[in-house]
Design a protein around this ligand. Structure first.
Ligand SMILES: [Fe+2]
Ligand SMILES: [Fe+2]
Length: 339
């Protein structure tokens, strides 16, 4: 038997009290360790993560709609295959993220219900329409580009399952960003009409993509606490600035202009200055008054209702598997046949 010293006994007592749990959590966050599903965590930390991860998951699956709109009209087989792969990736991102939320004790059904009834939000960027084929390029370059800028620091988020999901998501997002850039480059170097179409798409997507970083720091309700918990690592304005600085030389290489007369290099700051964002528009879209809010949520509800038979079949199959009445191999074949 090991002798218990006064110190370790005191530590053991500490660890089993509420203050002890909180101290252990704070110490783990301070030491940049990961918080895992079975670890004690403050309820506010759990709720904040569920809110953020749910909003992120919803954005991934709603974000499939504006681009899926162009799958049947992609100009070549190659472009169609690339776009289909990208839209499928976004569905996969939604699934990783709903799974990450499940590790916090909140089920997918509940989160989807909140999305369908407007009690949880998705990124306001997906309430804008995709009017031309060039929009697919602008979304890849700017929207996926902004998403990467936001999400790379989340790979170091204090909550383990979210951080790990983000590692894989970011790898796929960087493919999305490059396909958008390459698509725009082809259009920009194409006929005058194609160039004009690419420029028009960039004109329409530039400002909404800057809004993706969220409200300015002094108006951001959740930022300070999220940074203290190391869920977020950088402020909204800091990430927005980083994104602008990345995009300026890329726009030059594309031969496309960014639609901001105030955009210029600031020698003193070593960053680009840029014009004022129309936050009134942002708030209107958030309130549900964007061009496509209604359409997006109606389509999502319909997809959910029409997919009920798939969920029922999967649940019935899982029950049979548990009862041992379906061999594993048949299950694989069945899933392939219904995929
Ligand atoms: Fe994604
Ligand atoms: Fe993406």
């Amino acid at each position: 038997m090991t002798a218990v010293t006064a110190g370790t006994a005191a530590e053991a007592t500490m660890e089993t009290t509420a203050e002890g749990f909180e101290a252990a959590f704070d110490a783990a966050v301070a030491a940049d360790e990961r918080i895992e599903p079975r670890d004690w965590m403050p309820e506010a930390y759990r709720a904040s993560l569920v809110r953020q991860i749910a909003q992120h998951a919803h954005s991934e699956i709603i974000g499939m709609q504006p681009e899926a709109n162009w799958i049947s009209r992609a100009p070549s087989l190659r472009r169609k295959a690339i776009l289909m792969a990208k839209v499928q990736d976004e569905a996969g991102h939604g699934l990783y993220l709903y799974s990450a939320a499940e590790t916090l004790g909140t089920g997918r059904e509940e989160l989807l219900d909140k999305l369908h009834t407007g009690r949880q939000k998705y990124s306001s960027i997906f309430n804008y329409p995709t009017l031309t084929w060039a929009d697919v390029g602008a979304i890849g370059w700017l929207v996926d580009g902004a998403a990467i800028t936001n999400q790379v620091p989340l790979c170091r988020c204090s909550y383990g399952p979210y951080a790990r999901a983000m590692v894989r998501i970011c790898k796929e997002e960087s493919f999305h960003q490059r396909q958008g850039y390459e698509l725009l480059l082809a259009l920009s170097n194409g006929t005058p009409a194609q160039h004009e179409m690419a420029q028009d798409a960039v004109n329409r997507w530039w400002w909404p993509s800057l809004m993706m970083f969220g409200p300015p720091d002094d108006e951001s309700a959740h930022s300070a606490q999220s940074m203290a918990w190391k869920i977020k690592r950088h402020s909204n304005d800091e990430l927005r600035q980083r994104f602008v600085d990345i995009c300026v030389p890329q726009a030059e290489a594309l031969g496309l202009a960014l639609p901001d007369p105030d955009l210029r290099w600031n020698e003193e700051r070593g960053r680009h200055d840029f014009g004022a964002i129309d936050w009134a528009e942002f708030r209107e879209v958030l309130k549900g008054n964007g061009p496509c809010n209604e359409q997006r949520i109606t389509q999502r509800r319909r997809a959910h209702e029409e997919g009920a038979w798939v969920r029922d079949a999967a649940a019935a199959y899982a029950t049979k598997r548990r009862a041992g009445s379906v061999p594993a191999e048949d299950g694989v074949r069945m899933m392939e046949a219904t995929a």
